[in-house]
Design a protein around this ligand. Structure first.
Ligand code: SIN
Length: 311
């Protein structure tokens, strides 16, 4: 019997696949669609304190090898997602869901996290330190000093299970420096990676999205090698209590298999979910199970992190 069950912190999930924050998670209807699919759980759109319109459209474009987006964190505000999750955890007490959030300033981030801390929310919280699309707001986790300070402040009051969504890093020294910070804190997971920020996609002589003169986060096939490198670099370095969620370039069961081989405990699907809809979860799960069966693996533990090197 092949199983794709997994665990993050003390929470169990029937399947290791879920959506990536930003795709199919803006409204309750979309979240219900993911919840009722073959996905093991869902994460909400990253919530800010108040409703945000986000950047002007067109702001998301599927392209042949992936996607480019500059959404600018449009969302319905924390209360919308938190109220829904509080209700859902009573209706489905045996399932766990993820709440994604970040403030427009460190102060707002603390306001959000204090609200979650004071609420009855029993799920996992993902603090998004990596959105590349809000004009004038850099990707927080590229600034190690600020990241360290925010985490120190957060863990002074936040006692619920918390993880962080990271941008891709591209230098071995940065993996070392980031890990030295993350290992100081009781993080439950890191999510590698958000889109590769500020790419340009051109058709004929024009950009394809309006915000920032066409600069946007790149997802899909383009980013799988970078995503896998980040998953594995952190798997090699982080305290084993900090688990990894792998995100980036998951089109097939083989892609999910590679993320797990690199050390991921959970795998998120973004661009492919946007292109294909929630049916992607069942297809990718079945493809992953076929690969596992062919290799004689019954559970993710049989191959998680067991990437082979060439001597
Ligand atoms: C966005 O809303 O701009 C995308 C979300 C993200 O990259 O974190």
């Amino acid at each position: 019997m092949v199983s794709t069950k997994t665990q993050i912190a003390s929470f169990e999930f029937d399947n290791c696949l879920m959506n990536a924050a930003g795709v199919a998670c803006m409204t309750i209807e979309e979240l219900e669609g993911v919840k009722n699919s073959a996905a093991g759980t869902f994460v909400t759109k990253t919530a800010t304190l108040d409703f945000r319109q986000g950047n002007p459209e067109p702001r998301y474009q599927d392209v042949p090898l992936g996607s480019i987006n500059s959404m600018g964190l449009p969302n319905k505000g924390l209360d919308y997602y938190l109220d829904y999750l509080l209700d859902l955890q009573e209706k489905e007490p045996n399932r766990t869901f993820f709440l994604s959030l970040v403030g427009m300033s460190p102060e707002e981030t603390h306001t959000l996290l204090k609200k979650v801390q004071e609420s009855d929310f029993r799920g996992l919280t993902e603090l998004n330190l990596s959105c590349p699309n809000v004009p004038g707001k850099p990707q927080i986790a590229y600034d190690f000093e600020t990241t360290d300070r925010i985490l120190a402040e957060v863990f002074a009051y936040f006692t619920k299970p918390l993880g962080i969504k990271l941008p891709p890093y591209f230098d071995i020294v940065h993996f070392d420096q980031a890990t030295a910070i993350f290992n100081k804190y009781p993080l439950k997971f890191v999510n590698c990676v958000n889109s590769i920020g500020n790419g340009l996609y051109i058709e004929d002589e024009s950009v394809v999205i309006r915000p920032k003169n066409g600069f946007g986060g790149i997802g899909g096939e383009y980013i799988k090698p970078t995503a896998l490198a980040n998953v594995h670099a952190f798997y090699q370095r982080l305290n084993p209590q900090i688990q990894i969620i792998g995100t980036g370039g998951v089109l097939t069961g083989r892609d999910a298999f590679e993320h797990i081989l690199c050390g991921a405990s959970m795998v998120q699907v973004g661009t492919t979910l946007h292109k294909e809809g929630v049916g992607a979860f069942e297809r990718i799960t079945n493809e992953l199970k076929v690969i596992m069966a062919e290799k004689g693996y019954e559970s993710l533990e049989d191959f998680r992190g067991k990437l082979r090197y060439i001597d």
